[in-house]
Unconditional design. Structure first.
Lengths: 741, 81, 222
């Protein structure tokens, strides 16, 4: 095929171009012609098509996401907000922490191992590109029913991919989720979070400034990975017959990324870059247009200089390639020699491919001929903005007007059966089969990891400063009431941080939804964003960045709305953290927070096939008081454990099995007390001599408190129900090995 | 263009969990022909022109020292069209 | 007391090994794979990780690093060398230790708090432990199954060159539950689990791994 240059485009305005096959709508194509004053070259068409795709341009979500900025609470801790590769917060002592969560859902359905692996690789590069050393990862995962054949196809591959890539990078996996629901059967969710740390002065941004400065591509060579992956996969739903878009999946090499990390950190330490961007979705199209946009807009790139793994690639393919483990830096000419030296030390491929120019056009040549000449902002930031129609779906009134009608256990044997059923159900069962495939020790700073309520890492070995992170979602509540569901997930993640003694500081989010072309889904999205933005404002926690994944549906059936909220918090001394459970007998257990009959959206209701009723209402003022209580109580708490899915039953099960010390519990209304999932509740364990101190705190913060019982023994005893720890453990730990081998 | 191929297999007495996993998976997919399966590695080496005896001897040495671990693996070197 | 810690491309636990060396009372000296320079250290640690991405075989490429020729030479003269996890794999590929590490028998990467028994406390890396002392330290690898032929196994067992054994269920299919071995001279030790991640109860399952790093200090001081 002959090279399609700007000159040729100018002289052949009526050429028919395959804009629709590349995912562009007719009006978008027309707008491109308007911007350029001519038809685009095929390379320009490739760039616009991939950068204007839903995944890259956020065209359906932008109008809603701006609430995060409009409703942003004032926060002195925010150093870099939304809009950069990742948000950055000040955690004290001169440290800045950057964190973000992203999705890699569709690729993981197609090729589970590589989809998950490259999902980890991508989010890690986003953190690296801010100038930080990545220090931990987390993986909230969602699958179809645990016993479905396709779950057995995707789950092991995804877990192996998360572990295979993360372990090889030397990043401890400090937490995540594994949730099963039929809603995800054709659309598993693979969300990956990474956190990194640096000094304030190390923060890097994605801008190409200073005419004459060099554009440098380093890392892996470019091949045909993921060509069209972004626009083809993430912006369209799957046909119900299944598809084999195999060539579009990227293949990752974690060793190359590990070397890239070390090489980059040495480069950063010597202050050799002015701006930097990683190459993720949309590869070079994205990196060049974003870097140019971040500066004054002028950049010139010789695409033929890009080192190739596959010499048969055309310029369009090179621009769209999503080959992994590549970064693009802006380097002053006086510093390039040292830059190249460091790359050579680490054996990293590095090539100067262009320079920053005066002016405001991004110009790309191929063997001297101009094949791209565009205003970069129109590619990277001024993509289409849709105000998609939204309408409350019919199901909302239907389900909200129904009442949950589930059999409640009565009598000792039924209650025992219920506790055991919850202990062994896949959503609540022990997840060691998964988490044992993840290294949680590497870097030697992990204080908390699965199955604790939050992941916690030490930042400073001398001062013991640390950060804690939790990711949470409740798709059942979001389904019943998207506005409340988002607030509730935010509250839960913040509460998980506070139970360990860390103060919540900032928020990231991964919003997984169906098709934005469905007004009902769009309504769920809009309500979720509104709920999260309102919640963040009320709780004083800024959203620092995040990710939207649309089109998670097969045919006309969308997944449950699944906004995953990540909260990061700071703890001054990790040695003083409150552990999740206790190791000795004779201590007293208390329940903070009132228990109401909240079964709508609960695991118990789910096990009985019901997803109806009204979700609880988030009471963020009370949640915030509870957080203060937990932080103040950290000084004398022996243990604290948040209650969420599975309610008190799951919470007690997890606590007694953590260190193998039982408990004797008294409950007035055991069925409701055990199975309800009223939010804002925490089990706290204190020495008997500190009970009155705890009561005083509860009074001070106006939080309901009730005594549950005492620790000790080799069983979980609830009223007249006695469950030996051995039996409980067997049920709790045998589910995953039975299902997945 | 001919190439030199080195096939590397685990020694028969060494446990091969990957081969076993494949052998278990085959009947689940309806394939009943296998008594056992062992998994190995294949290296394809291109040289200029046709491989010479001297080159093959060198490949043998390279296979001994790098391509295989003689403690647990055997190898075979041959030329393939 | 200077203990070198080698970094290959892809090494992950070098900083953790260095931290443990310091906690044990020695000075940690960073050694780069491409430099044929041991910087006058008194002992060398090959830490864990995925050097060269485990390409070809774990440790197969690292063994040819310039620094390794010096390590092999020094080991031949009695310098204490400790290979942890990937380091153990490099030592086997270098033939400083017999046998080989292969894929975990259940094919999964496994990270667990593993109980092991120190069955040989006469090496410079294990003198801090009592004979048959049981400790819990992290095991985290995908290729930790120790394999060797019957003759080698008989030698190792007969000469008391198994230095540590897994307690309880065999986590990876290693012959005779072997978690660590030493060479005939007793100065080169390979260990699959990670003592450097058990030096502080704050960040590990115990502080029982510290003994490897205090042993070496005592061995040198003697």
């Amino acid at each position: 095929m002959a090279l399609d240059t700007v000159a040729i485009a100018q002289s052949s305005p009526d050429n028919v171009q395959p804009f629709a096959e590349l995912g562009l709508k007719a009006d978008e194509y027309a707008r491109i012609k308007e911007i350029l004053g001519r038809r685009p070259t095929s390379s320009e068409l490739a760039m616009y098509s991939v950068m204007w795709s839903e995944h890259c341009s956020y065209k359906s979500s932008k109008v809603h996401l701006k609430q995060f900025g409009e409703k942003a609470p004032k926060s002195d801790a925010l150093l870099v907000g939304i809009g950069e590769n990742a948000g950055v917060v000040d955690v004290g002592q001169g440290y800045a922490v950057t964190f973000k969560i992203e999705s890699h859902n569709h690729p993981s359905f197609i090729e589970p191992y590589q989809g998950a692996a490259t999902g980890i690789g991508g989010i890690v590069r986003d953190i690296l590109t801010m100038g930080a050393r990545p220090i931990a990862v987390m993986d909230p995962l969602r699958f179809g029913p645990a016993d479905a054949p396709d779950t057995r196809r995707v789950l092991p591959g995804i877990v192996a991919g998360v572990g295979g890539y993360g372990n090889c990078l030397g990043l401890p996996n400090i937490g995540g989720e594994v949730v099963f629901d039929e809603t995800y059967i054709g659309n598993p969710l693979v969300n990956a979070l990474c956190v990194g740390v640096m000094k304030h002065s190390d923060i890097k941004l994605a801008k190409a400034a200073g005419a004459g400065n060099l554009v440098v591509l380093y890392g892996a060579k470019t091949g045909g990975d993921g060509i069209g992956g972004v626009s083809v996969l993430a912006s369209e739903t799957f046909g119900a017959g299944g598809s084999t878009k195999r060539p579009s999946v990227q293949v990752g090499d974690p060793f190359v990324e590990k070397v890239l990390i070390e090489c980059s950190l040495e480069i950063f330490a010597e202050d050799l870059v002015i701006g930097i961007q990683d190459l993720g979705g949309a590869g070079l199209s994205c990196a060049t247009s974003e870097l140019a946009s971040g500066g004054s807009g002028g950049m010139k790139v010789a695409l033929d200089k890009v080192p190739l793994r596959d010499p048969s690639l055309s310029p369009e393919e090179i621009l769209m390639s999503e080959s992994q483990e590549r970064m693009c830096a802006i380097v002053e000419p006086s510093k390039i020699a040292r830059f190249l030296e460091i790359c050579k030390k680490w054996d990293v491929t590095v090539t100067v491919i262009g320079e920053v120019t005066d002016g405001d056009r991004l110009e790309i040549t191929w063997n001297g001929e101009v094949i791209v000449n565009v205003p970069p902002r129109t590619v990277a930031h001024e993509g289409p903005v849709y105000n998609r129609p939204l309408a409350q779906p019919a199901y909302i009134n239907q389900v909200n007007s129904q009442k949950v009608n589930v059999p409640m256990p009565s009598g000792a044997s039924e209650i025992k059966a219920a506790v055991l059923k919850l202990a062994g159900t896949p959503n609540l069962a022990d997840k060691s089969w998964v988490t044992a495939q993840y290294d949680k020790y590497v870097q030697g700073n992990t204080i908390q990891a699965q199955p604790d309520d939050s992941g916690m890492v030490r930042l400073d070995e001398k001062t013991h400063l640390g950060v804690a992170i939790s990711t949470d979602a409740n798709a059942n509540w979001s389904y019943l009431n998207p506005y409340q569901g988002a607030k509730l997930a935010l509250a839960e993640a913040a509460r998980n941080i506070a139970t360990a003694g860390a103060r919540p500081l900032a928020v990231t989010n991964c919003l997984n939804f169906g098709s934005p072309e469905d007004p009902g889904v769009m309504w769920q999205f809009a309500e979720s964003v509104r709920g999260l933005a309102d919640g963040c404002l009320e709780m004083g926690l800024p959203v620092t960045g995040g990710n939207v994944s649309f089109y998670n549906q097969t045919g006309a059936v969308a997944i449950l709305p699944t906004p995953v909220i990540g909260v990061l918090g700071v703890i001054q001394d990790v040695r003083k953290r409150t552990p999740m459970s206790y190791k000795t007998s004779g201590l007293e257990l208390f329940l903070l927070g009132e228990t109401k009959e909240d079964l709508a959206g609960s695991e118990w209701a789910f096990l009985h096939g019901q997803r109806v009723g009204q979700s609880p209402d988030a009471d963020l003022a009370r949640e915030m008081r509870l957080i203060e209580l937990l932080l103040e109580g950290n000084a004398f708490f022996n243990a604290a454990h948040d209650l969420s899915q599975g309610g008190l039953s799951a919470g007690l099960t997890e606590m007694v099995l953590r260190h193998n010390v039982g408990a004797t519990i008294s409950l007035s209304y055991p069925a409701v007390d055990l199975l309800s999932e009223t939010p804002g509740r925490v089990i706290v364990v204190v020495e008997a001599s500190k009970a009155s101190q705890l009561q005083a705190l509860a009074t001070k913060y106006s939080i309901a408190i009730s005594k549950l019982g005492t620790t000790g023994g080799d069983s979980l005893t609830i009223n007249d129900v006695v469950i030996s720890l051995d039996e409980l453990r067997t049920v709790h730990t045998s589910t995953f090995p039975r299902l997945f081998g | 263009m001919a190439k030199i191929v080195v096939d590397v297999m685990l020694k028969p007495e060494i446990l091969d969990p990957q081969g076993n996993a494949v052998a278990s998976a085959l009947p689940r997919l309806g394939f009943s022909f296998a008594k056992s399966v062992r998994q190995g590695k294949r290296f394809e080496i291109e040289v200029e022109g046709e491989p010479t005896a001297a080159q093959l001897a060198e490949v043998e040495k390279a296979a001994e020292v790098l391509l295989s671990n003689p403690v647990i693996e055997n190898f075979v070197v041959r030329v393939e069209k | 007391m200077r203990v070198g810690v080698i970094t290959f491309p892809g090494t992950l636990d070098d900083r953790d090994a260095a931290r443990a060396v310091v906690a044990g009372g020695s000075e940690a000296v960073s050694l780069w794979h491409a430099d044929a320079d041991l910087k006058s250290v008194d002992a060398v640690i090959l830490p864990g990780g995925f050097s060269y991405g485990d390409y070809l075989r774990c440790g197969a490429i690292s063994r040819f690093a310039p620094v390794m020729s010096l390590v092999i030479e020094a080991a031949g003269k009695g310098m204490p060398v400790l290979g942890i996890c990937n380091g153990f794999q490099v030592l086997c590929e270098s033939h400083l230790l017999p046998g080989a590490l292969t894929r975990n028998s259940d094919l999964h990467f496994l990270c667990r708090d593993q109980e092991i028994e120190i069955v040989n406390n006469t090496t410079p890396w294990t003198t801090s432990y009592k004979a048959e002392e049981k400790i819990v330290i992290p095991l985290k690898n995908g290729e930790g199954s120790f394999q060797c032929d019957d003759k080698t196994l008989a030698e190792l067992e007969g000469e008391g060159r198994v230095i540590a054994r897994y307690v309880g269920h065999n986590p990876n299919g290693s012959r005779n539950l072997i978690a660590g071995i030493t060479n005939a001279r007793g100065n080169v030790v390979g260990l699959m689990p990670h003592p450097e991640h058990a030096i502080d109860e704050l960040t590990g399952p115990s502080a029982q791994g510290l003994g490897f790093f205090t042993s070496i200090l005592n061995a040198m001081v003697k």
